[in-house]
Design a protein around this ligand. Sequence first.
Ligand code: NIG
Ligand code: FE
Length: 410
Amino acid sequence: MRLLITNIKQLCGIDTDKKRIAGKDMATLSCMENAWLLAEDGLIHSYGSMTDLPFRKVDQTYNADDRLVLPAWCDSHTHLVFAASREHEFVDRIKGLSYEEIARRGGGILNSAKKLNETSAGQLYDQSLERLHKVMATGTGAIEIKSGYGLNEEGELKMLKVIRKLKEKSPIPIKANFLAAHAYPIDYKENKEGYINLIIKQLLPKVAGEGLADYIDVFCEEGFFSVADTERILEAAAKYGLKPKIHANQLHYSGGVQVGVKHKAVSVDHLECVGDAEIEALRGSDTMPTLLPGAAFFLGMHYQPARKIIDAGLPVCLATDYNPGSCPSGNVPLLLTIACTQLKMTPEEAINAVTLNGAAAMELENELGTIKIGKKANLIITQKIPNFAHIPYDFGNNPVEKMVFSGKIA
Ligand code: NIG
Ligand code: FE
């Protein structure tokens, strides 16, 4: 199958041969004006200037007629599989309760766990597929999805099996992250050690044995899992070849960044609380600092210090954190607006953060995240917009006109 896209006003995110983009380099998004792109058998075959369009026999020509083409977004941190929304807590927070207070009262993650354990795998799959289609329609072309609302064997395996089915059925790459260490279930409130043992001795062998996860996650945070708990879980997971991608430094300077880097985490995510010590820990490591400003926005918390991280020469990745509690939106264009207006990232930095750096945060940087010959042709064809800065500027609107998945117009 050959798809030729012609008359592209701006072909954005052309590869610079980097595995990830860091520091000052994030300020540049390589583009070609007035371009064409040929996809063959699902991959980017070639691209060039319209002044130099080679004649080729193709199966389909799509006239982009002055629209932009970008690599699809790579959303490297989501909790897209969940059973029910949580508007009630949203209203409680408006009235003054904090996210932590709601969690202490048995709401939050425990509320989602209760709902998930009452929902059948079939219902969970149907709802999750609908959400997946919704985020794909706003430009997402690869995604990571976590478990973490089961908090017992049956529930965690149910979630991971739903993610596996989504992987099988979906045209976009999906990575599964095992997050049983998201909160302590009610039955283990007084027996935290017991729950950690359950994760390490009972759940991990099953999850790994069935190949249900690509990564291990821990919510390393005061009141949730300590640095010592995190280390034990990461060490156990390493024996099964599961690399960490963890929740770190959302609510406090929790030591999560340092423990993640120490255990060679692919990414450390959230990072509302990042100071000099965290920056020093990240320097020289391969761990991707991933910011989730949608959660800070929705919880009304202070934002992640993106400038400080970029100005230190580090890469920044952006992800949605799509989940029913702290960010019930998987909309990447909105995330870009928040990153630009609140984190003071430029459109170039924000787009790099959610394309190549998003791919790197899922170890998909050789397959996705830039316009490069041989990479998967998962692309965004925008609406008629003047330039890529219009995407975060035009907030609340969907910039996508058409998506291309594996070289096919969706
Ligand atoms: O990334 N912080 C921990 N976990 C999720 C939220 C989970 C929830 O509130 O349901 C997050 O924000
Ligand atoms: Fe999260």
